[in-house]
Design a protein around this ligand. Sequence first.
Ligand code: C5P
Length: 305
Amino acid sequence: MRLLAPAKINLHLRVGPPRTDGFHPLLSWFATIALFDTLELTLRRPDEPGPLISLRTDRPDMPVDDRNLVVRVGTALADTPGKQPPGLPVRREGVSAILSKRIPIGGGLGGGSSDAARTLLGLNNLWGIGWSARQLSEFSSRFGSDLPFFFHGPSSICTGRGEIVRPIDPPKPRFIVLILPRIAMPTPQVYRRFDEMGLGCDNTLLDQPDWSRWTTSPAKEILPMLVNDLEAPAFSIAPQLEALRTDAQRLLSRIVRMSGSGSSLFTLYDEQDEAEHAAAMIQAQLKLDARSLQLAPKLSDDLSV
Ligand code: C5P
């Protein structure tokens, strides 16, 4: 089974003061983008030895044991009761997983979460568990705040610590320019700096945008309304990232935002040729990896066709 795991961006990300469990309440508009990891899942023959989930990747620096979310969620799912008749013991066949990484790690693009979510959807199918996307989404949240989003289509408002997902229409602009600085931002450290800077304010999350207006606004109208409360702490940890953002804004004469806890930067376009031209300018003038990508793309893999 061949699966595509899309990256996400946080178009808008408001963050409140930490809760008693240490997590931060969020109000965020998430959307998928056409940057994909690919995942091949194959049932092994019963006589083939190996761990329950044997993972290979094209990233030598990536762990393939249970430090990897793909292995962790798969192993946890194996013990779920599913649809077999009551009384029968749960027995799942071994699975070979081959993961090709295209989504940068530490970029605020949710790559690890997306891989894990697609793994759950794939194994649910291969093992005949028969859970709904909603059940899988609920199950997934214990493995990370970003996972549930990936069970609900291309555009959603996420609240709670990120795990409460409400699908909405995709944004009107269908193209982004994604800038990928070679900086890996550690998410927990960004949230810690957010707290140290005293940025959490109770009122932030009360401010509910008019989503129906936001989803129908063209790029130049929506960009000034988007906020990411993690930009200040991320830029405090990596001042060179703020300098890159300033350069990109000046070069494109356009607002550029950060996704999640960084380090990816993005801006929006209504027309593909404008986005391609902008990405080429960033590459040529700032010597950065910049791509023009479809926003909220249609997924087409062995689960979604
Ligand atoms: O849930 P996830 O594993 O993605 O979170 C990584 C870290 O980011 C958490 O351990 C926490 O420090 C921080 N975080 C947070 N509030 C959130 C989401 C993440 O403080 N809503």
